[in-house]
Write a protein that binds this ligand. Structure first.
Ligand SMILES: [Zn+2]
Ligand SMILES: [Zn+2]
Ligand SMILES: [Zn+2]
Ligand SMILES: [Zn+2]
Length: 350
């Protein structure tokens, strides 16, 4: 996507200019005739191609799947590209602009374009299993439930059957599947493997439940605000104001792709945070803490508990990546002015 941004020649014509092209063509009656002779199906396909070109995101040139934003001059951007542009400019400390017309863009300045969203949802797209063409708004349900060619698993996969195939072959497979006749010891290994994955998840949750019954617990809803330093390459840092928890003063700091010189050059983004103790302590303080999205954010954070022993000399934890589900989630966070999250802290008794 970055390459498209760097080479303005690759950006397609504005929708308005191609529309003018069409209408001037229609003014000439001589050119209209051969068009009528074309089979109607082919005409439909041309119309579809032209609509695809007009309604696509002006940054990635794909047809947006759901939300579509537009700049003040009507240039369309899919939600992914829009948040990426906002996140990029936050990292570079620049005002975000529309890649087509350079007008200022932001969450307040840009609006959604519901008409285009609806038009795109009516445009046909091919099913990835059977290649049939359906309006986009019906495609998801067709691929999940309706399509006879959709990839299906045998219902005995829980006890180890690895059969996968088109849905129309499922009934025949299950009638002849050998797994229901296997003995307990034959299917034991498959069940043990399944349990192992689940055990990992419950271990995290059990630990949280255990921590919740400690005497000294505190939670804070915090706001990380961006700031910059006067380094040679200005980097983006975040910091909360001081907050008190468990009779101490604390600050949380965050950095974006902190191991790289220029994070705006990479597509893979991470935010790492550090918990920093601001009060003076005379004896060691063992803490466990976790980051949650809290009531003021919709970021998807996976549960993870960190542990650190603060000493009079060591008052800052290492930088840990906020366990976001993916890099797109990170861009979503960077696109907003501040990062809101909840930190829960548990003081571990000696
Ligand atoms: Zn896009
Ligand atoms: Zn624009
Ligand atoms: Zn299908
Ligand atoms: Zn089977």
């Amino acid at each position: 996507m970055a390459e498209v941004l760097l080479v303005p020649e690759q950006i397609p014509h504005e929708p308005s200019s191609s529309a003018i092209g069409e209408s001037s063509e229609c003014d000439e009656p001589m050119k209209k005739k051969p068009r009528l002779e074309k089979p109607p199906e082919q005409d439909d396909e041309n119309l579809e191609d032209r609509l695809n070109e007009i309604l696509c995101c002006t940054v990635c040139l794909d047809l947006p799947t759901f939300t579509i934003y537009q700049c003040n001059n009507g240039h369309l951007m899919c939600a992914g590209c829009f948040t990426h542009l906002l996140a990029d400019s936050r990292l570079k400390d620049e005002q975000p602009t529309c890649p087509n017309c350079r007008c200022e863009i932001s969450k307040n300045l840009c609006s959604r374009n519901l008409a285009v969203e609806k038009a795109v949802s009516e445009l046909p797209a091919g099913c990835r299993y059977c290649n049939c063409k359906l309006p986009r708004y019906l495609l998801d349900q067709h691929e999940r439930q309706g399509c006879k060619e959709r990839l299906t698993r045998c219902k005995y996969y829980q006890i180890g059957c690895s059969w996968q195939g088109p849905h129309h072959g499922l009934e025949e497979h299950e009638e002849g599947c050998g797994y229901p006749k296997k003995t307990g010891s034959e299917v034991l290994e498959a069940i043990q493997q399944k349990e192992a994955g689940r055990d990992e998840d419950t271990k995290v949750l059990r630990n949280v439940v255990k921590l919740l019954s400690y005497e000294k617990i505190n939670f804070n809803d915090l706001q990380l605000r961006p700031y910059r330093t006067d380094d040679f390459i200005t980097k983006l840092y975040y910091e909360t104001s001081r907050f008190s928890a468990l009779n101490q003063q604390w600050v949380v700091k965050a950095r974006v792709n902190d191991d790289e010189r220029n994070p705006s050059h990479t597509l893979e983004r991470r935010i790492a945070f550090q918990l920093s103790l601001k009060s003076r302590i005379t004896s060691n303080l063992v803490m466990q803490f976790m980051i949650l999205n809290g009531p003021f954010s919709d970021a998807k954070v996976e549960p993870h508990v960190y542990r650190f022993e603060f000493t009079p000399e060591k008052t800052e934890t290492p930088y840990n990546n906020i366990p976001l589900i993916d890099s797109a989630e990170c861009n979503k966070i960077l696109a907003s002015k501040t990062i809101n999250f909840r930190v829960i802290m548990f003081q571990i008794p000696k």
